[in-house]
Design a protein around this ligand. Sequence first.
Ligand code: GAP
Length: 602
Amino acid sequence: MAEPKPNELMEKIVSLCKRRGFIFQSSEIYGGINGFWDYGPLGAELKRNVRELWWRAHTQRREDVVGLDATIIMHPTIWKASGHVDTFSDPMCDCLLTKKRFRADQLEPQSGHAYWYSGATSGPDPETVKAAFARAELANRADIRDRFEKRDWGLLGQELQTQFSESPVKELGRQLLQCCFQAKVSNDAFAVLLPPGKPPESARKTAAEFYRQRGIPNAVLLGERSEPVENSRRFNSEKGEGFGALLTEPRAFNLMFKTYVGPVESEENVAYLRPETAQAIFAQFKNVLDVARQKVPFGICQIGKAFRNEINPRNFTFRSREFEQMEIEFFIRPDEVVQKLAGPVGAYTDGLDVATPQPNWGWELWHRHWVEERVKWYESIGLGRDTLDFHWQPKEELAHYAKACVDIQYKFPFGTQEIEGIAARGDFDLSQHQKFSGKSMEYFDEEAKTKYVPHVIEPSAGVDRLILALICNAYCEDQAPNDKGELESRVVMKFHPRVAPIKVGVFPLLKKKPELVAKAREVRDLLRPHLTVFYDEAGAIGRRYRRQDEAGTPFGVTIDFDTLGEKGPELKDTVTLRDRDTLKQDRIPIRELVPLLLEKIR
Ligand code: GAP
């Protein structure tokens, strides 16, 4: 089957998400709200599975990570200390024509010819003046023609009045001057970038619309000049109405959502919806340390909502304004302390085993360890290494305090993009909170007999981006036989059984046979305490399989006449177990179903 093109594929995925209840637009009945998404019945299950698997893998299955569940609104000084109040911003610019807002750094650079205008006036219509000139037989005079071409109506009017004695020309001058006195003028500069080969007329049309919006109908454009432009981000690059229009200069826009705590909306009551879950972990570091019976190195993790007032939410749920994060702050010894205890700090070389922590690990090997741990986890839920990419941030991209940062990226249909960042952040965060709160964040290391502010490795993943990656990864179009055995195309969501929203579909072969229905309900009730089951008795069996294929249900159990023992006692109380991906159907005794399915989904 031909592979759909990326845009087409994304459209199909978005449509399936709505049709099958994975993801809906938030507040859809009111026209939606940009950057906010709701998860329907299947999406909610998928998300819950992902959260649980992450939590289990990093807390229950490790001895050195404990959990936290902090509030969304915290003391505003936390965000001062973390740097978010002063620097958590994106460069933003607006299209001067459409008023649409863009992230300046995400604009497509463009080349072409820019047409600049110093302003516009509603002065006389050039065509009317031209006709009047022709009548007065002035159109051939070079000085007059020059003024006319420059639309210098005021000077022209004056000259006509003073230099000519004939009354019709004088009258034309008078009318021009009068027009100029009544004219509206805009001195707002504007420009339009045209791609190579486009006639200047189209820039003039766009500019006239810009000045019309400023109260100048039939604008006479002033001071037109043009220049070649290469790879510029000063013009609207979005195809459509404002394409090529000049943008405002970029300005910093803080992404934190502000609110007020208490009834008075004053500056001292300002609070923020957290833009990341991480800071609560730093703020609670000492409390957790006191109670968790952990020693450095150890980690604290949290799953929760985060909010960013993104300038340009886009690519479905990829860049949302409300989303969820799964973050770990893994506290480690500074390299000097490692060296004091274990000798030279281990250095990373290709192929080095970073699975089992060693006493001589400094930040570099702990960082590598976490990258590897996270990739293994992605593999365990169906995102193979081949679906991922790694962007090791070069020095100039790193925050001033960071020693290293790698973005784990997924190859989405709309491009390869980050789903998780893993940073070695030194002691920046704890030191900042120590400074701003006046409370010590130092840790006494009994083994090293020394005090220090721990350093940190931060694996920070987005739940929603991961869900989108899982959905894109699962989406598949192939062929499967229908009830008559003829091949027909199907959409199938090939989720890994661990994350699949529904684990098993249970179907009586025929709805009209009460014995089949009764047995099928018995099987459903047997499975329900152990896994998510969808019971379906409506429609032809092939249609029912297809519905579950689209939902990504990995297994289907069908109760047929053999189950009732109609073809002999040896098949009594057996069912067919259908595999969503291979379409293979095996006969299984009902009593073996639970252990078999549990083994397959764990
Ligand atoms: N504490 C570090 C931190 O927050 P980040 O790279 O800004 O780092 C971490 O965010 C992860 O959170 C990203 O890799 C992404 O998965 C998710 N994320 C960030 N902004 C998002 C947004 N606007 N919509 C959806 N997910 C987002």
